[in-house]
Design a protein around this ligand. Structure first.
Ligand code: SF4
Length: 177
């Protein structure tokens, strides 16, 4: 795998995580953006609500890393919210964390990064399996398959967490997924 492919894979994993668990999935995306002609007072109230909404999202860290990688946010424009941060806050974090963000992106190229991508991809693939869909029917078999699926997901999550902790310690990046 080339370094470019590795970066793209990492990004795809982050996007898959957000797609799978985003609190905003299926909701109106306009709530995160200032409308044309919207007054500051109106936007201020909606912006606060959008920030509150994101604060309850389990994928906020992955969403933030994606936003930083995507270059979202503008230091001069107060017109959006993503990952619980305003566009101006995202721009500020990107500037403040530029070195760490570069380190995280660079880490995508190393072996651990590829291992993490594979583990997370396998975790979500496992999570999407339906243990009841096997031809080997029967309630007992179904329970056993569910148990095996749960154990496999737990094992994958532990392996991924171990790698993430090591990567964060190296890069000093304590927030992103
Ligand atoms: S943090 Fe906010 S914008 Fe990001 S996925 Fe969650 S709800 Fe959506």
């Amino acid at each position: 795998m080339t370094s470019t492919q590795a970066r793209h894979t990492r990004r795809a994993v982050l996007q898959a995580a957000v797609d799978a668990g985003a609190r905003c999935a299926g909701t109106d995306p306009d709530k995160f953006f200032r409308a044309d002609g919207e007054t500051y007072i109106e936007w201020q109230a909606r912006r606060a609500e959008a920030i509150r909404f994101c604060s309850g999202c389990p994928m906020r860290a992955a969403c933030e890393e994606l936003a930083l990688r995507d270059g979202d946010g503008d230091a001069q424009a107060d017109e959006m919210v993503r990952a619980g941060l305003t566009g101006q806050e995202l721009a500020a974090v990107r500037a403040a964390q530029a070195e760490r963000l570069t380190a995280v992106v660079d880490a995508d190229r190393d072996t651990e990064g590829r291992q993490l991508d594979a583990l997370v991809t396998e975790f979500y693939a496992e999570a999407c399996k339906n243990p009841d869909s096997s031809r080997n029917g029967g309630a007992r078999n179904s329970v056993l398959r569910q148990s095996a699926q749960t154990e496999r997901m737990r094992s994958l999550a532990v392996q991924a967490r171990t790698i993430r902790i090591a990567r964060r310690a190296r890069s000093g990046w304590g927030v992103a997924a």
